[in-house]
Design a protein around this ligand. Structure first.
Ligand code: GLN
Length: 497
């Protein structure tokens, strides 16, 4: 089904998950934005009951919006880089007048009065927001099983997870229900589901895209990320939504390059480091072989491969699982039943209202994180846990700074295994946390990283190749990824849908 949703007009097909193709077809008048939106909605109607990628779909609004775009395009309005492109938005990113649940019961009827800056950028660029995608509650998880609403299934094997926490966004693109999607990545939530679902996922440099309107999980790690079916499409979206923002003081005051420019320029001579710590005994054998093949392919492209070391990587999961919950425990204090969100009925007093609203509103994993984080920050333990974790974080960042003096980029696996079975890790939080081993370091260091499809296991499950770079080097990562798929495209076997 990947890429098979096609609109036929003048005998040339338009693929719903090829954003650049849609853009060109709409611009040339070969197809209308309304037709594209209608096709995406039809695809959602057909496929989503089995996949569960969406929490909310807005058919009427999307069609109305598409008609507006058509009027603008026909009147010759230029400067709409995403005109008519159907985009899915993770449900922890604020959308004006459109429910934003964060996959949580506590926000299940929350309708924001404002757009996230990234969503506003989409709208200004002429994109059509088609709906909101399912995720682990507040982004806490690696499988989308922690959504309060339903699980999202992997389109390559319905008994397996889509990955997470941006599982819905990855599946929306993988299954041709949207051309592009926004996700968020605090410790791997864009790259890992992209890897599990055979799509491209990029986590930009911390601060590259405004976090205004991204519901906070761990503010020093959170970034809005992008899911697309090709590096080119990811570059198109990144160039549109990135940039400084006065509403987010942590957004980077650095110019945004046109990532589409020079995307196919050869990568001959690029120095690629392979961090040996990412090839530990926990790495699945088949995944390792696929990544080894990808490294050989990179040499065919003219890259110079060398082994490097990031010695503090073994501490990364422990480090992340102190820092992220610590920040989460503070960020989630606002959900107390007073200002917005779920309030438990007929409380005895204020304390009872807080207690029952939070007990019923939050799911098990979120509560676990709040408890871990509160403990790590508590008086008497703060230095031993949070203080030390911050020092380890500095060491991890320094590992990367050192390594990028000698190489341009790094190549590594995204996840130690392909998509696991639904339910396989739900009773074992530690096993779930450990699966984040190869993704959390990029967030701790604040550097950009992406996942690009590079192969399939013998069981037909996708495997992604991770490419990491130094701060603000997204254009290099995307160029290498585009060169890679130009020469070594991974054609998807028909998914089980
Ligand atoms: N899996 C990680 C966690 O559970 C990362 C999640 C994310 O990036 N939002 O925290």
């Amino acid at each position: 089904m990947n890429g098979k949703t096609r609109l036929w007009r003048d005998s040339k097909p338009v693929k719903i998950n090829d954003a650049c193709d849609i853009r060109d077809s709409i611009r040339s008048g070969r197809i209308s934005a309304e037709e594209v939106a209608a096709a995406a909605l039809k695809r959602i109607e057909e496929a989503d009951p089995r996949l569960g990628a969406f929490v909310t779909v807005q058919p009427e609004q999307a069609l109305a919006r598409a008609r507006e775009v058509d009027v603008k395009v026909r009147s010759g309005q230029t400067g709409l880089p995403l005109a008519g492109i159907p985009v899915a938005v993770k449900d922890n990113i604020s959308t004006r007048h459109l429910k934003t649940t964060c996959g949580s019961r506590i926000l299940q009827s929350y309708v924001p009065p404002f757009n996230a800056t990234a969503v506003q950028a989409l709208e200004n660029a002429g994109a059509v927001v088609i709906g909101k995608t399912n995720c682990d509650e507040f982004g806490m998880g690696s499988s989308t099983e922690n959504s309060a609403f339903h699980v999202t299934r992997n389109p390559f094997d319905l008994d397996r997870v889509a990955g997470g926490s941006s599982g819905g966004s990855a599946v929306a693109v993988a299954a041709g229900m949207a051309a592009l999607a926004l996700g968020s990545d605090t410790g791997g939530s864009v790259r890992q589901p992209a890897s599990f679902c055979n799509v491209v996922g990029i986590k930009p440099t911390y601060g590259r895209i405004s976090r205004y309107g991204l519901v906070a999980f761990a503010s020093s790690l959170d970034v809005i990320g992008i899911i697309a079916s090709s590096p080119r499409d990811a570059a198109l979206l990144l160039s549109t939504v990135a940039g400084p923002d006065t509403c987010d003081s942590t957004s980077a005051r650095v110019p945004v390059p046109d990532c589409l420019d020079g995307l196919d320029r050869p990568v001959k001579g690029l120095r690629v480091g392979v961090p040996r710590e990412f090839f530990d005994p926990g790495l699945d054998h088949e995944v390792k072989n696929i990544i080894d093949d990808a490294l050989r392919n990179a040499t065919v492209l003219g890259c110079e491969i060398e082994e490097v070391s990031l010695p503090h990587t073994p501490y990364a999961v422990a480090d992340y699982y102190i820092i992220a919950p610590a920040e989460a425990s503070s960020n989630l204090a606002r959900y107390d039943g007073v200002r917005y969100g779920y309030r438990a009925p007929s409380p005895r007093d204020l304390a009872d209202m807080y207690f029952r609203s939070r007990s019923r509103g939050f799911g098990a994993e979120v509560k676990r994180r709040i408890m871990i984080g509160t403990f790590a920050l508590s008086s008497g333990y703060y230095e031993a846990y949070y203080g030390r974790a911050m020092k380890v974080r500095t060491l991890i960042r320094q590992d990367y700074e050192k390594v990028f003096k000698g190489v341009d980029v790094l190549m590594a696996p995204v996840s130690p295994t392909p998509a696991f079975r639904i339910g396989e890790k739900t009773d074992d939080p530690l096993a779930m946390y450990l699966s984040d081993i190869y993704t959390v370091t990029a967030n701790l260091a604040g550097i950009p990283a992406l996942s690009v499809p590079c192969g399939f296991t013998s069981g037909g499950l996708p495997v992604g190749l991770q490419i990491l770079g130094s701060h603000f080097e997204e254009a290099t990562l995307l160029r290498l990824a585009q060169n890679y798929v130009n020469s070594f495209p991974v054609t998807a076997p028909p998914p089980q849908v």
